[in-house]
Write a protein that binds this ligand. Structure first.
Ligand SMILES: [Zn+2]
Length: 66
């Protein structure tokens, strides 16, 4: 393996790691609310897997109860 090969391999590794990191970050919960498209606070996204903001989750919860 010459230097050019090694460089491109390192580049690929870094890219794959970045993609994997991105996936774990966004794979847990949606970044934006499914209904109002507001940004869901990070604390909420870490706390539970959701694709709704606090307000829409409450509306959805009430609707599910009926
Ligand atoms: Zn919402």
């Amino acid at each position: 393996m010459d230097n050019a090969d090694r460089a491109s391999t390192l580049e690929n590794d870094a890219r794959e790691r970045a993609i994997a990191k991105h996936h774990t970050k966004t794979g847990i919960s949606s970044l934006y609310c499914r209904f109002c498209e507001e940004l869901i606070p990070e604390a909420r996204r870490k706390l539970l897997v959701t694709d709704l903001c606090v307000d829409c989750a409450m509306i959805e919860e009430k609707r599910n109860r009926i």
